[in-house]
Design a protein around this ligand. Structure first.
Ligand code: NAD
Ligand code: IPM
Ligand code: MN
Length: 357
């Protein structure tokens, strides 16, 4: 079987971490019946610098043609004063929207070896395995109208949040299908006490739940969910929520796993295409130092093999290799405690590749 992967390293630590994930993908498929063909492309600030746009037409074509996309991260302070449509983040939103990647899966799993790296007590996070299902192509991120306008002699910024029934229903189905493969619990997170979008969201989730009688559906307001995530996170199995809430809650959940450098993601559409990226950003504060944690990207590559290529066997191998490396006490700075051996980004990649055998 021959498959092509479009690699979009992006900005900041993006190139450092995708390099390690590509090495792992090459190593895990070496000698297997899956032949991978890697194509490099531009996105974000790197694309703006080279081509004048954060999501060039060429990248769009390559993304549509590829069997899967692996992305690093975008953004950086040098781009923060560009016109909004030219900013790196718009490139990322552009590819998500162009590919229709409405379903963002962000699994927060604690590797037991990292119980002491979490900022929460080990007993609070031990055995943690939550799946956050974030709606990715709707809500306030994309709603029109938006902008900054002059009203009564002063400027005001405005954004619009909306969701239609079909958008809510399809992300709901993704969450319930995932729950059927897990512990059969869905917690829908909203702000139905204030927002009409949430009122509709809740109504549609209840409707979708009727098709999954074995799954228990609960509802939680987002402010309470933020609190419950740090109080007793193991009460959750699948959490489903809208775009902005999911962005915030997934960064929060990442710390339960020890570091944001551990949280992978898959963004899927209804045509079987997928984009895989770590949940974190371009980390400008540590870019170029060779110290970023590549594991979130490596674990995203495992998700790519599982979801886009149906190779759960190879994904399992990568995840087992990551676990083995953590057993060896190897840690990048973000997850390193005094008992561990601190390694660089490349050394972590080396260790995962070595552990594949
Ligand atoms: P960030 O996730 O880039 O960094 C937050 C903190 O986490 C920083 O201290 C950083 O050093 C650390 N961190 C992140 N990833 C790490 C890793 N792999 N290993 C070790 N430490 C890691 O968030 P930010 O600082 O708010 O944003 C920086 C830039 O990234 C902004 O331009 C933002 O728009 C962009 N961003 C992009 C994405 C993406 O591409 N998906 C996601 C979030 C933020
Ligand atoms: C993420 C990021 C993006 C988002 C930004 C960079 C557009 O924070 O992937 O979580 O908000 O979705
Ligand atoms: Mn985010």
């Amino acid at each position: 079987m021959q498959k092509s992967i479009l690699v979009l390293p992006g900005d900041g630590i993006g190139p450092e971490i995708t390099e390690q994930a590509v090495r792992v993908l090459k190593a895990v498929t070496d000698g297997s019946d899956l032949a991978l063909n890697f194509v490099d492309g531009l996105i974000g600030g790197a694309a703006y610098d080279a081509a004048g746009h954060p999501f060039p037409e060429e990248t769009k074509k390559a993304a549509m043609a590829a069997d899967a996309v692996l992305l690093g991260a975008v953004g950086g302070p040098q781009y923060d004063n560009l016109d909004r449509p030219l900013r790196p983040e718009r490139g990322l939103l552009g590819i998500r929207s162009a590919m229709g990647l409405f379903a963002n899966l962000r699994p927060a799993i604690l590797y037991p070896q990292l119980a002491d790296s979490s900022s929460l007590k080990p007993e609070v996070v031990a055995g943690l395995d939550i799946l956050i299902v974030r709606e990715l192509t709707g809500g306030v991120y994309f709603g029109q109208p938006r902008g900054i306008r002059e009203v009564d002699g002063q400027r005001e910024g405005f954004n619009t949040m909306h969701y239609n029934e079909a958008e809510i229903e399809r992300i709901g189905r993704v969450a319930f299908e995932a729950a059927m493969q897990r512990n059969k619990k869905v917690c829908s997170v909203d702000k139905a006490n204030v927002l009409e979008t949430s009122e509709l969201w809740r109504e549609i989730m209840i409707r979708v739940a009727k098709d999954y009688p074995q799954v228990e559906l609960t509802h939680m307001y987002v402010d309470n969910a933020a609190m419950q995530l740090v109080r007793w996170p193991k009460q959750f199995d699948v959490m489903v929520t809208e775009n902005l809430f999911g962005d915030i809650l997934s960064d929060q959940a990442s710390m339960l796993t020890g570091s944001i450098g551990m949280l992978p993601s898959a963004s899927l559409n209804d045509k079987g295409q997928g984009l895989y990226e770590p949940s974190h950003g371009s980390a400008p504060d540590i870019a170029g130092q060779g110290i970023a944690n590549p594991l979130a990207t490596i674990l995203s590559a495992a998700m790519l093999l599982r979801y886009s290529f149906g190779r759960g066997d190879l994904a399992d191998k990568i995840e087992a290799a990551v676990s083995h490396v953590l057993d060896q006490g190897l840690r990048t700075a973000d997850i390193c405690t005094p008992q561990d051996r601190k390694v660089s980004t490349t050394q972590m990649g080396d260790a995962v590749v070595a552990a594949l055998d």
